[in-house]
Design a protein around this ligand. Structure first.
Ligand SMILES: Cc1cc2nc3c(=O)[nH]c(=O)nc-3n(C[C@H](O)[C@H](O)[C@H](O)COP(=O)(O)OP(=O)(O)OC[C@H]3O[C@@H](n4cnc5c(N)ncnc54)[C@H](O)[C@@H]3O)c2cc1C
Length: 534
């Protein structure tokens, strides 16, 4: 909600563009390889990831602009790699505020300061704060330069029917309606996903009791980009408050409502202003501030049983809803988009069997369940669901005043990318490795010369090896990167003259060897694109 007198998308810091529906109606019914329903951050990322693989798509969005209101702000390092891979990262690096530190307070006293892993070896910071509005804008600006993506705004997908070799979408826009056939569909249409409903599918999981008001305010305040969690502060006895800094002097204030507060009263503008004033004065800010937007939120851990329904794949919030305390909704969705895009592109190009697509659900649903496990802990800590949980939480918090170990319980971070250890297309690990990423894990970063290990990666699959003899294996879709011994790359990957890693297009390790033979590499590559067991 915006303050009285302000229009729907009238913002203190962001100019919402207005997009028209397609004016050229001639080609609207032409069959598409891939149709993407929803041009939120996840749908746009999927379109860009497909385009990087040479696959064209048609991207639909029902709205005439970007999503408004307070939404994602925390973007994790791993997402920056995805943005890098799709050619969109530059404006993010200019605008976003990188950060590493979180501080937790109990009744005004600090009980924990944590730092997320950071080192000069890393190309990107562990976390960045940037409003979802900018995320959507920068993705959109990249799409505008991409001839393989056709975007249709004000175009609502209202029907979806299977055919013998694809799917037919029914689309409605202000100028009329039409049907369009597509070989494949990516449903990126958000938490309320009409596609999910049209397919008769339901999210399953848990809803949490706690309600939070999320308010964005603009103010001059010199506190650095450090995420603050206030447990039982003076301004909200018994509740929890989170504070984040964002670009353009915007601050995110999340505060928990008490059980006896009605949502309606709490959402009234006057009440929001009173509550925010109290939080800010607790933070020592008595200066001017302006209210941008506010909404109310409760935590859920909900997901589809299967992210695939025939020729339709669910990505982002349409497939899963995670509590915001884990800052994983968007980050998780971007990884979905990248995961399905590299697989679908290879199937469409005839480079991989259709079976490759069956690895999408186990990999990405596995990642979501992992987020649930961690986020549920955070959610219970932030908003204890029962009196018993509250007693335990408060005991831990008060113990933390004198015993630092207990403060660790207030550490909500879970930022390492998920390891696809159980994936059907990831090979079992070899014994004898000391360190280095296991198959399924994301490739670690290292400095190489003036740049980084990740800068050496070519498109498609990569073979990182200390064995120059493997250079001859290079082929379409496989780049060979020969590394030097006694470098940071060696300490990141493990020592040994033959050490070799097969890395997938999404930067996850598919297989590794202490000494690789060309046959072993070929067999692993075959397995990684959904071929039979080697
Ligand atoms: C207050 C708040 C804070 C958050 N903070 C974080 C955070 O810090 N970090 C994080 O990772 N995540 C965070 N999230 C979650 C994040 O905002 C979502 O996970 C993210 O927006 C999901 O993106 P999406 O593209 O899947 O869906 P959406 O952003 O919801 O986009 C879906 C799109 O589909 C379109 N659409 C819907 N139906 C149709 C149709 N029938 N036809 C055509 N188009 C359609 C919609 O118009 C919309 O543009 C937060 C969420 C909230 C609410």
């Amino acid at each position: 909600m915006r303050p009285d007198g302000r229009g729907e998308t009238e913002s203190l810091y962001f100019d919402y563009p207005h997009f028209e529906p397609p004016s050229d109606r001639a080609g609207l019914t032409r069959r598409a390889r891939v149709a993407i329903v929803g041009a939120g951050p996840v749908g746009m990322t999927a379109a860009l990831a497909l385009a990087k693989e040479g696959i064209a798509s048609v991207l639909f969005d029902a709205k005439a602009s970007f999503n408004d209101g307070s939404r994602a702000i925390c973007v994790a390092r791993q997402s920056f790699y995805i943005l890098d891979r799709i050619g969109a990262v530059a404006p993010f690096l200019e605008k976003a505020l990188g950060w590493t530190t979180g501080r937790s307070f109990y009744r005004g006293r600090q009980i924990l300061e944590f730092d997320m892993p950071e080192s000069p070896r890393e190309k990107y910071r562990p976390m960045y704060n940037i409003q979802q509005q900018f995320i959507e804008q920068y993705l959109w600006e990249t799409i505008e330069r991409e001839p393989l993506i056709e975007a249709r705004w004000q175009s609502e997908v209202t029907g979806i029917e299977d055919t013998s070799d694809g799917v037919t979408l029914t689309v409605r826009d202000p100028k009329g309606g039409y049907d369009m056939a597509a070989d494949w569909v990516l449903a990126a249409d958000g938490a309320r996903s009409p596609t999910r409903k049209m397919r008769g599918l339901r999210l399953k999981g848990e809803n949490y009791e706690g309600r939070y008001v999320i308010a964005d305010v603009q103010m001059n305040h010199d506190y650095p980009t450090i995420r603050r969690a206030l447990f039982d502060p003076d301004c909200r006895r018994g509740g929890t408050v989170l504070v984040h800094k964002q670009p353009d002097n915007i601050w995110r204030i999340d505060y928990q409502l008490r059980d006896d507060e009605s949502t309606e009263t709490a959402m009234a503008e006057g009440e929001v202003r009173r509550s925010v004033t109290a939080v800010l004065s607790d933070l020592g800010h008595d200066g001017a501030w302006e209210l941008e937007w506010w909404s109310v939120y409760s935590a859920n851990t909900l997901a589809l049983d299967d992210y695939r329904d025939g020729r339709v794949f669910f990505i982002g919030d349409s497939a899963h809803i995670v509590p915001i305390f884990g800052v994983r909704g968007l980050n998780n969705g971007l990884a979905d988009a990248q995961n399905i895009a590299w697989k679908l592109a290879r199937v469409i190009a005839g480079r991989a069997p259709e079976g490759l697509l069956d690895s999408y659900t186990p990999e990405r649903r596995g990642a979501t369940l992992d987020v649930f496990a961690n986020a549920s802990k955070s959610a219970r800590f932030m908003t204890p669901p029962t009196e018993g949980w509250r007693l335990m939480r408060d005991a831990a918090l008060s113990l933390a005043l004198t015993h630092p170990f207990a403060g660790e319980l207030a550490n909500p971070r879970q930022m390492t990318p998920y390891t696809y250890a159980d994936s059907p297309i990831v090979l079992p690990d070899e014994s004898g490795f000391e360190g280095g990423p296991v198959p399924g894990a994301a490739l670690p970063e290292a400095r190489v010369g003036d740049g980084f290990l990740s800068d050496l990666l070519g498109p498609g699959f990569n073979l990182l090896t200390f064995d120059p003899e493997l250079e001859g294996l290079a082929k379409d879709d496989l780049t060979i990167v020969v590394l030097q011994a006694k470098t940071e790359a060696e300490s990141a990957l493990g020592t040994g003259p033959g050490v070799t890693y097969l890395v997938r297009p999404d930067g996850h390790v598919a297989a590794r060897w202490r000494e690789a033979s060309p046959e072993a590499v070929r067999a692993a590559l075959h397995r990684s694109i959904g071929g039979d067991e080697p």
